[in-house]
Design a protein around this ligand. Structure first.
Ligand code: SF4
Ligand code: FES
Length: 370
């Protein structure tokens, strides 16, 4: 058997090692050819095959058996064959199926983006803008759950969960013991812990980063700020936990660190760290180190997802190439001032109040009353 297979996706031919999935091959081509994914996560073993957003059309099975596959296939679970021809964004059937899957995922998902902490970096939001239909055809009541505190750092909003299982695999593969999972079956299925257990394992904070929607939120950041008002900055520290890479993204406003997350790659997954391992971070780095002095600042993040965060900030390698000037540089001929002191330009909150430090969400009492 040949070691490399030729596969053509949306009329672009590449050679990939045998055993590569269609999705991995499409990601090598990049851009719009790569199907959207809501459950697959390349860093988590066994992920994929749940959501069907990555469906593609196989118009030629292989060189030996050129018959097309009768149904659309999940690209994250289907490996390429030599001579295979695949249609992703060029297929009418695929576009229609993606719209249908998006509609299905939104059947129970609340449209609470204006108050959801994930807004601006939500994969379902991106999916519905890019592949969804304009309106909804359902008027049924959505299933609802009470928000659940699952430990000191994480809150679960089950209403928003799309049951992608990523958080379950993360807890299974990163922490010493998994204490949450999918309980019940069918439309009763939900993420929860058994007998309200607290999730305190060292690396459990990573479930927040892998969750594609706002179902798992960081309690130290919830309702503190909209993500597009914060400035992402890359930073590192030498963490005493040998499994933690210590390389993070600080989400700052002025001098305040509002949130600490792992760094993400262009597919919205936790990026590979400088030591070649996946850049998962420990709870201490994520939740306890909220002072600028805790970190060595490397510089502004290049936002490389096509997200609202990149609008008017830093250009990345989706849509633009690395090394290109940022929009502001190109238009105004000078570098943007990344770390502006918000108190200098905003009369909204008292100068001595640091919102990132108040326990829980900010209330009207915390703002200036004029
Ligand atoms: S809580 Fe988030 S990561 Fe976990 S299954 Fe639901 S959507 Fe997926
Ligand atoms: S990403 Fe392939 S089925 Fe979910």
């Amino acid at each position: 058997m040949a070691d490399n297979f030729k596969v053509t996706i949306d009329n672009i031919t590449i050679e990939v090692p045998a055993g590569t999935t269609i999705l991995q091959a499409a990601r090598q081509i990049g851009g719009e050819v790569a199907p959207p994914t809501m459950c697959y996560y390349s860093k988590l073993e066994g992920s994929g095959g749940k959501c069907r957003t990555c469906l593609v059309e196989v118009s030629k099975g292989s060189e030996k058996d050129p018959r097309p596959m009768p149904k659309l296939v999940a690209s994250c679970r289907t490996t390429v064959m030599d001579g295979m021809e695949v249609r992703s964004c060029t297929s009418e059937r695929v576009r229609d199926a993606r719209a249908g899957v998006t509609e299905f995922l939104l059947l129970n998902h609340p449209l609470d983006c204006p108050v959801c902490d994930q807004a601006g970096e939500c994969h379902l939001q991106d999916l519905s803008y890019e592949h969804g239909r304009e309106g909804t055809r359902t008027e049924f009541t959505r299933r609802t759950f009470e928000p659940e505190d699952i430990g000191p750092y994480i809150q679960l909003h089950m209403n928003r969960c799309i049951l992608c299982y990523r958080c379950v695999y993360t807890a299974e593969q990163l922490t010493q013991q998994r204490e949450h999972g999918v309980l019940d079956r069918g439309d009763h299925a939900r993420i929860s812990t058994c007998i309200s257990k607290a999730l305190t394992n060292d690396f459990i904070g990573n479930v927040i980063d892998v969750c594609p929607v706002g179902a798992l939120t960081d309690k130290t950041f919830r309702f503190k700020n909209r993500v597009w008002f914060t400035k992402p900055v890359d930073a590192h520290r030498s963490c005493s936990n040998p499994q933690c890479c210590g390389e993070v993204r600080l989400w700052m406003r002025g001098e305040e660190v509002y949130r600490v997350t792992a760094r993400k790659d262009e597919w919205g997954e936790v990026a590979t760290a400088s030591n070649g391992e996946t850049g998962w971070i420990c709870n201490e780095c994520r939740f306890e180190k909220k002072q600028v002095s805790d970190w060595v600042i490397e510089g502004p993040t290049v936002v490389n997802r096509h997200s609202v965060i990149s609008q008017g900030q830093y250009a990345g390698n989706v849509g633009t190439r690395p090394g290109q000037p940022t929009l502001i540089e190109a238009i105004m001929g000078r570098k943007p001032k990344y770390l502006l002191d918000i108190h200098e330009v905003s009369g909204v909150n008292p100068q001595d109040k640091e919102f990132s430090r108040i326990p829980g969400p900010a209330h009207s009492d915390d703002f200036d009353k004029k």
